[in-house]
Write a protein that binds this ligand. Structure first.
Ligand code: NAP
Length: 333
């Protein structure tokens, strides 16, 4: 089968495209004929050796996938040959990744794909959708009528946060870096979209938040949070969700934070248990079918251009070039 893989960590150019054996599904595993995968920032960190993960070479890159069950291993209970499935959380903790024509995936990480959802959409929404859902509902316990703020409202995670928060009956403030992206934030469900380069950005956020008693859930997607600013805008008993910036060591306004009864909650989606992630997967499927969750596909490339895809992802996320809107999806097969 064709696969995108690495035999050493390094720059995007270490990604090779070539033939590897089709994996044999072991007990509990499903052999998926992959239709589409999507790129995530963590793929680039693993490939670059920036985060420690056990890798067995050749290591197939990638976390997300969507496709069709080609075969099942022993003891598989949830799926049968021919079912359409999607999932994430591959390529982590010793597991092989998803950027290949076939992937052997434990059934605990797979969910049925809604009939009207394409593989490209399902892959595009996989890791980011689960991340947004875990952050908003497991971590922040978002309630209808609350006010959510999210930085980067058209990013992979941000676009999911806007849609899921809006669908849950929350009000949403989002930021973006261009007029077209601000308009997209509003189309996704943001009640207020603010240019993060605008000199009066904080005034706009404070004015809107004042009508709600402050921000109830602050979903920070940026790697260098500014806690003085965030804490000052929070409602009492608000929840600040952090999920990016491994190297960040920001200043923290200890007194203003605890005297507002605030909570600071960090999480990494890959630590979510299979049951927790499945609950997110099922909720995302229901939201898709109800027309309340539309994964954003920004660019589609063939699997052979995985190195270019990684370069584009890291230009956007690490270099902040603002060059992406929607996920990079790889068409497979
Ligand atoms: N903990 C977890 O489980 C988890 C899961 C997924 C991702 N992450 C991390 O979360 C971060 C975001 O991931 P992603 O997939 O959403 O990345 P992404 O698709 O590259 O999005 C980055 C976003 O940042 C925005 N941005 C850039 N500069 C900004 C600024 N100065 N102020 C506000 N927003 C700004 C961009 O907005 P414009 O496009 O408008 O410029 C864009 O929306 C990454 O660091 C990733 O590693 C963590």
């Amino acid at each position: 089968m064709k696969a995108a893989y690495i035999t050493e960590t390094g720059a995007p150019g270490v990604i090779q495209y070539g033939d590897l054996p089709i994996p044999e599904p072991k007990a509990g595993e499903v052999l998926v004929k992959v239709g589409a995968t999507a790129v995530n920032p963590i793929d680039t960190y693993i490939r670059g050796g920036m985060i420690a993960m056990p890798l067995s070479y050749p290591y197939v890159i990638g976390c997300d996938l969507a496709g069709t069950v080609a075969a099942v291993g022993p003891d598989v209970k949830r799926f049968k040959q021919g079912d359409r499935v999607w999932g994430s959380n591959q390529g982590l903790f010793g597991r092989q990744g998803s950027f290949s024509e076939f992937a052997a995936v434990h059934e605990q990480w797979l969910y049925p794909t809604p009939a009207s959802e394409s593989d490209a959409q399902a892959a595009a929404g996989a890791l980011v959708g689960i991340t947004a859902h875990l952050g908003l509902f497991r971590c922040a316990r978002l309630q209808p009528g609350e006010l959510v703020f999210v930085n980067g409202g058209t990013g992979g995670v941000g676009s999911a946060v806007i849609q899921l928060a809006h669908a849950a009956g929350a009000k949403v403030i989002a930021t973006a870096g261009s007029p077209a992206k601000l308009e997209l934030c509003r189309r996704l469900g943001a009640d207020l979209a603010v240019d993060y380069k605008a000199p009066d950005m904080d005034d706009q956020i404070r004015k809107f938040a004042a009508d709600h008693g402050g921000v109830h859930v602050w979903f920070e997607t940026q790697r260098e949070p500014t806690y003085d600013r965030t804490v000052s805008m929070m409602a009492p008993r608000g929840r600040i969700i952090i999920m990016a910036g491994r190297q960040a060591r920001p200043e923290f306004p200890h007194g203003p934070f605890y005297t507002k009864d605030l909570s600071l909650i960090g999480f990494a989606m890959f630590n979510g248990t299979p049951d927790e992630q499945r609950a997110c997967g099922e909720a995302l499927n229901a939201a898709f079918e109800a027309g309340r969750w539309k994964p954003q596909v920004g660019m589609t490339l063939p699997l052979s251009q995985a190195a270019q895809a990684h370069q584009s992802q890291q230009d956007n996320t690490l270099e902040k070039k603002g060059s992406l809107s929607g996920k990079i999806v790889m068409e497979v097969g």
